[in-house]
Write a protein that binds this ligand. Structure first.
Ligand SMILES: Cc1cc2nc3c(=O)[nH]c(=O)nc-3n(C[C@H](O)[C@H](O)[C@H](O)COP(=O)(O)OP(=O)(O)OC[C@H]3O[C@@H](n4cnc5c(N)ncnc54)[C@H](O)[C@@H]3O)c2cc1C
Ligand code: FES
Length: 410
């Protein structure tokens, strides 16, 4: 199908069609091929399917966050081809960006073969996405509005993920809510031994297995032991469909349905650059997983954690971080409070957490930044770091915790 034919199918100036309408429009057409540069990864897209859904289905690590046209994390440059978008927010993709050839893969449906440019496409192994029942093992209030929730996964099921990824709760009405996993996967002891025991050639050419070393191979992800629990940090949003339940009727032993792992927020282990870890509120959850992962794998790149909250109590695992500092000499910690009151006796850094980073690191050109939490913090950080701090855009990795309120505000 040519661009002209596509344009004929849709009236000019029409509001963006829904994904269902796009599916109808290109029903009967062939499936198309998407190629991603510079990695050269290729995958097929079914009729009416958004490129991201097809990429996830086939294990291609395209970057994304909300999967719903709201955050802009999946934005990439289209080198060639015809793509029509389903509903999305102009904050995620402006008309000007679209005119300049940018697309959102989460709601962009191809109408021809397409070539994209996305430097963040990962080589890291993509793990199978599973739907699982799981049991709430523990509910522990960490502050007035943060609940630590531990989920027990099915005992016979090794759930593999990258530290930093998230799961979705599937609610009774089919709605979904995303929560980042706050612990690194604990490798199964047997598999760890296998992957850390390289076989070397002996003098006669036969394999010789040296004594296992205690350091796991960082590039080869191993599935965690079966029955592994998941820790989540859930902030109460009054009036929220799911978090009202978490802070109200939810009880330990409740069975919930989750699906995952999702997301492309995880440590890029092929870089030696120093890192800024930026968390606002419960954005600390995936950052905690990344810190644990670094420790488990013996990664000693310099990392500075900036964790922001309104009041000191919002830094609900401050003690955990301080204990890690004693164990990880490469880790530094800067807590930042924006709305301290006199009875807090706060003598540390104040102001906006993303701004504190630039005060300390005015030149970020040689860094990687990993940022999670409130969309306003993530958006402000990305803009400031790339424009004022010289951070290359593709060295900013983030999950923006978009909510229904953010979507409605756009
Ligand atoms: C990739 C990702 C990872 C995330 N990880 C985490 C995490 O680790 N921890 C965490 O706490 N959160 C996380 N979130 C946010 C989380 O998914 C939920 O959005 C959040 O918990 C709110 O869910 P809810 O169902 O309680 O509220 P919702 O029903 O989504 O409502 C949120 C708020 O908006 C209001 N609202 C609802 N609809 C409208 C409307 N139409 N107009 C105006 N206001 C409205 C509600 O009253 C409420 O205050 C993540 C989000 C993403 C995208
Ligand atoms: S806009 Fe596409 S993943 Fe958020």
């Amino acid at each position: 199908m040519t661009p002209t034919a596509t344009q004929q199918a849709l009236p000019a100036q029409a509001p963006p069609p829904s994904l269902a309408e796009l599916h109808e429009i290109n029903a009967g057409m062939q499936a198309f091929q998407v190629s991603v540069l510079p990695s050269g990864r290729e995958f097929g897209v079914n009729q009416g399917e958004a490129m991201l859904a097809a990429g996830i289905r086939q294990g291609v690590g395209l970057p994304y966050g909300c999967k719903d046209g709201a955050c802009g994390s999946c934005k990439c440059k289209k080198i060639s081809g015809v793509v029509l978008h389903g509903p999305h927010q102009s904050k995620a993709l402006s008309d000007e960006e679209e005119a300049n050839g940018f697309v959102l893969t989460c709601c962009g449906v191809p109408f021809s073969d397409v070539v994209l440019e996305s430097r963040q496409v990962t080589e890291a192994g993509a793990f199978p996405i599973k739907k699982m029942p799981s049991r709430v093992m523990l509910l522990e209030k960490k502050s007035h509005d943060v609940m630590l929730v531990k989920l027990q996964l099915p005992a016979n099921d090794g759930f593999a993920y990258h530290a930093g990824q998230y799961v979705e709760f599937i609610l009774r009405d089919g709605a979904r809510r995303s929560y980042s996993m706050a612990t690194a996967p604990r490798p199964s002891p047997v598999l760890t031994a296998l992957t850390t025991t390289p076989v070397q050639a002996g003098a006669d050419g036969a394999g010789v297995t040296p004594t296992p070393t205690p350091t796991p191979t960082p590039t080869l992800p191993v599935p965690p032991a079966p029955g592994h629990g998941l820790e989540l940090h859930i902030r109460h949003m009054p009036g929220g469909k799911f978090t009202d339940h978490v802070f109200g009727a939810m009880k330990e032993k409740e069975i919930v349905r989750i699906e995952g792992p999702f997301g492309t927020f995880f440590l890029r282990e092929d870089s030696a650059k120093p890192m800024i870890l930026l968390a606002s509120g419960t954005g600390f959850a995936p950052i905690k997983a990344v810190i644990e992962d670094m420790q488990l794998k013996g990664i000693d790149r310099p990392a500075t954690l900036y964790w922001g909250g309104r009041r000191p109590a919002d830094l609900y695992l401050d003690d955990w971080v301080k204990a890690k500092l004693a164990e990880m000499p490469n880790l530094k910690y800067v807590p930042v409070i924006s709305n301290a009151v006199p009875e807090d006796n706060w003598s540390g850094r104040t102001g906006f957490v993303h701004a504190a980073v630039l005060q300390d690191f005015p030149d970020l050109s040689g860094h990687q930044v990993y940022a999670c939490g409130a969309p306003i913090v993530i958006d402000s950080a990305k803009t400031a770091y790339t424009t004022e701090g010289g951070l290359p855009e593709d060295e900013f990795y983030a999950d923006s915790f978009i909510t229904e309120a953010d979507k409605a505000r756009a």
